[in-house]
Design a protein around this ligand. Structure first.
Ligand SMILES: C[S@@+](CC[C@H](N)C(=O)[O-])C[C@H]1O[C@@H](n2cnc3c(N)ncnc32)[C@H](O)[C@@H]1O
Length: 288
């Protein structure tokens, strides 16, 4: 069932956190340093996966199901691959692959893909759909030889979780290490960093998940952390809400992408914002 693996809390408590001053919210929504790790009630567990599969990426377009979004995102990857690699078929690492939606689609389109994620539960779902190469791995320590892939894919806001920015720099160095000459790391997301950093961020999000369930999230920019401290709830009619653990997303401006990409040893950094009325999609290309 959607979101029931999160912790059930009293309605009054959730209402207080939804409406209290941002300074007070942040004292509760301060994420643990390892909030992203696996565990029964962990953020990226079963509850997250069911929410992600139902999450309306664009509330104005009900046809935009997860499958439709995946097709669109795979098209985007193919466009970039064709422009960069030409006729050469790249060997792809999809990290963090989640339930493998991009890895599966790209494998189906004939690419050689290896998929990795920290959560075994995600990989089990991926493997159940097709016999793709999946390995549990932490993006900070990739179990791959130096120079062994052409394209590192990091899709849908899968970067920016570590409270310590030095760990993120380490991840970019790992991406660089496993890439062959001429390769590329392609990071993609729809977190609107400009809005978050410019104080234009929509702090309260409320969307329907179907079956009468509502998803709520409050995301507060915390300058000392360099990103958004967040809590979310799933509410079923007539029940007390289920609250996620506190989670974190770093918001990066273009200058910090360029600085961090170069510091990790990439030769060039290209940032592209994709047109779209609701989703603020972007891709960052780090080139070797
Ligand atoms: C926002 S989801 C995106 C998943 C997938 N790319 C997609 O588009 O559906 C982020 C994923 O990052 C994984 N993750 C979090 N921290 C990780 C780490 N340190 N190493 C590897 N994967 C990690 C989570 O398990 C989760 O599946």
């Amino acid at each position: 069932m959607i979101g029931r693996r999160f912790r059930q809390v009293r309605t009054e408590q959730a209402k207080h956190l939804w409406g209290c001053r941002a300074e007070d919210f942040v004292t509760v929504a301060r994420p643990d340093a390892d909030w992203w790790k696996p565990g029964e009630h962990a953020y990226f567990g079963e509850a997250y996966r069911t929410i992600a599969a139902r999450f309306p990426r664009d509330p104005t377009d009900s046809d935009l199901t997860e499958a439709a979004v995946t097709t669109r995102e795979a098209d985007l990857v193919c466009r970039i691959v064709a422009a960069h690699f030409g006729a050469r078929a790249p060997r792809i690492l999809d990290i963090a692959c989640g339930t493998g939606r991009h890895a599966l689609e790209l494998t189906r389109r004939g690419f050689d893909v290896v998929a990795m994620d920290l959560q075994e539960g995600c990989l089990r779902i991926a493997r159940a759909q097709a016999p793709i190469a999946c390995t549990a791995a932490d993006m900070r320590h990739l179990p791959l030889a130096d120079g062994s892939v052409d394209l590192v894919l990091n899709m849908w806001n899968s970067f920016g979780y570590f409270l310590d920015e030095a760990e993120e720099a380490g991840v970019l160095r790992e991406f660089r290490r496993v890439l062959r000459p001429g390769g590329m790391a392609l990071l993609h997301g729809d977190l609107d960093a400009e809005a978050a950093l410019g104080g234009q961020w929509v702090e309260h999000m409320k969307v329907p998940l179907g079956e009468g369930a509502i998803f709520l999230a409050r995301q507060v920019q915390v300058p000392q952390l360099g990103g958004l401290a967040c809590l979310s709830w799933v509410v079923f009619p007539g029940e007390e809400p289920f609250q996620s653990p506190a989670f974190f997303m770093r918001a990066r401006d273009d200058a910090s992408w360029i600085r961090q990409g170069q510091a990790a040893g990439f030769d060039a950094v290209r940032i592209e914002r994709l047109p779209g009325a609701v989703r603020r999609e972007w891709v960052v290309r780090l080139l070797v």
